[in-house]
Write a protein that binds this ligand. Structure first.
Ligand code: FAD
Length: 352
């Protein structure tokens, strides 16, 4: 039997891959890409598996796990530096490195599981900061063109928890990520009320860099936003739904009922998916399906326990989508990715 995807995902779900390759040496990428592109199907690229819901039947093709490590710092003008991380570098370790080096720009992304190479895929973000805010360049392998090249931020289609890598899955493998950070003693402005409260500062304040980064880690642990090392919530992929877009009338009704609505920088309004679930009766700890529960701390995190399967997890997601749609007339959109086979020839016809 092939390598089990359950051994490489934080949900610990997923059957065997037909073929499983691990990428550890940046210089060996051309050989690995050559070996992986022998079929007409794009390989599925896996980072830390913290946002992946793999099927019980596994993956009928090649899976490449990105495990390259390394961080390089290049001084730019004045206090600016460009920092480049290999795709397999854990995001949390990358954030900790930048904070230790006194570099500001991703200090609020600490404590998020997974790899740096996966962060641009869903434009990973937290506490009002997202990876696209400081991104300057990506090195990618383009499976449609069969070559490595650079992509600039404007070519990545970034939005709220989305990017070209999410909308054109399988086309690009991110090999390294470059960010422009600022050498300074203070953090980026605090944009999140809960963090401001934890730091006892006002919104917009710029607390000391290390203090801000530490407050994020503490707040994540307190609110069940960290991946626990043991206990009933250990198998999870974090939030299972995006905060949904709502129109003004829906936002008004939600606010009147005491619910939060966030104003996005692009002028759109987003309700809190967690609040909607709780209003629908799914409180922390509720069982949603066979072996699938809302986590002890938050409704929006589903955990897999005991006899959970990818199928029962998927059914539980459908139950929640249906319940919120029926009660609030709002359709929730899933966050974890489900690996599907992608034909290389199909994607060649849709080059943009
Ligand atoms: C406890 C917990 C808390 C979380 N908190 C947050 C949060 O605050 N904010 C947030 O945005 N997310 C959060 N997440 C979700 C997840 O951790 C992030 O989205 C993370 O960036 C995913 O990284 P990964 O390496 O685990 O991705 P994976 O699950 O391995 O992959 C996710 C997707 O990215 C693709 N991919 C992975 N690596 C590459 C690559 N090098 N090139 C191209 N495609 C690639 C995969 O094919 C897949 O489609 C949380 C998850 C958990 C379990």
């Amino acid at each position: 039997m092939g390598e089990l995807l359950a051994d490489h995902t934080t949900l610990r779900l997923g059957g065997p891959a037909d073929r499983f390759l691990t990428h550890t040496d940046p210089a060996a990428w051309p050989d690995l890409a050559h070996a992986a592109s022998s079929s007409d199907t794009a390989p599925f690229v896996l980072g830390g598996g913290s946002n992946t819901l793999a099927a019980d039947t596994g993956y009928p093709g090649t899976v490449i796990r990105m495990a390259t490590r390394g961080i390089a710092v290049r001084p730019l003008d004045g206090d600016l530096v460009e920092v480049t991380a290999q795709a397999g570098e854990p995001l949390d370790a990358f954030v900790a490195f930048t904070v230790t080096e006194g570099l500001s720009g991703i200090e609020y992304l600490g404590g998020i599981p997974g790899t740096t190479g996966a962060a641009p895929v869903q434009n990973t973000g937290a506490y009002g900061q997202q990876i696209s805010d400081t991104l300057t360049r990506l090195t990618v392998y383009d499976w449609a063109l069969g070559r490595t090249h650079a992509l600039l931020p404007g070519e990545c289609g970034f939005g709220y928890r989305t990017s070209t890598f999410k909308t054109q899955p399988g086309r690009f493998t991110i090999l390294d990520v470059s960010l422009r950070l600022t050498r300074q003693a203070c953090a980026s402005p605090v944009r999140y009320q809960q963090l401001a409260d934890a730091l006892a500062v006002r919104l917009g304040a710029r607390p000391p860099l290390a203090e801000a980064a530490q407050a994020v880690l503490t707040d994540r642990r307190t609110r069940g936003l960290s991946l626990p090392s043991e206990g009933p919530d250990v198998r999870q992929a974090g939030s299972v739904f995006l905060n949904p877009l709502v129109v003004r009338a829906q936002a008004t009704a939600i606010r009147a009922a005491g619910g939060p609505v966030h104003n996005s920088p692009d002028g759109t309004l987003r309700a809190s998916a967690g609040w909607l679930l709780e209003q629908t009766g799914f409180l922390p700890g509720t069982q949603v399906g066979s072996g699938v529960y809302c986590s002890q701390d938050r409704a929006l995190t589903l955990t897999a326990r005991d006899d959970a399967t990818a199928a029962s997890f998927t059914t539980a997601l459908e139950v929640l989508v249906h319940a919120v749609l029926t009660t609030h007339r709002i359709r929730l959109q899933r966050e974890p990715v489900q690996p599907h086979r992608r034909s290389l020839s199909l994607r060649r016809t849709s080059l943009g």
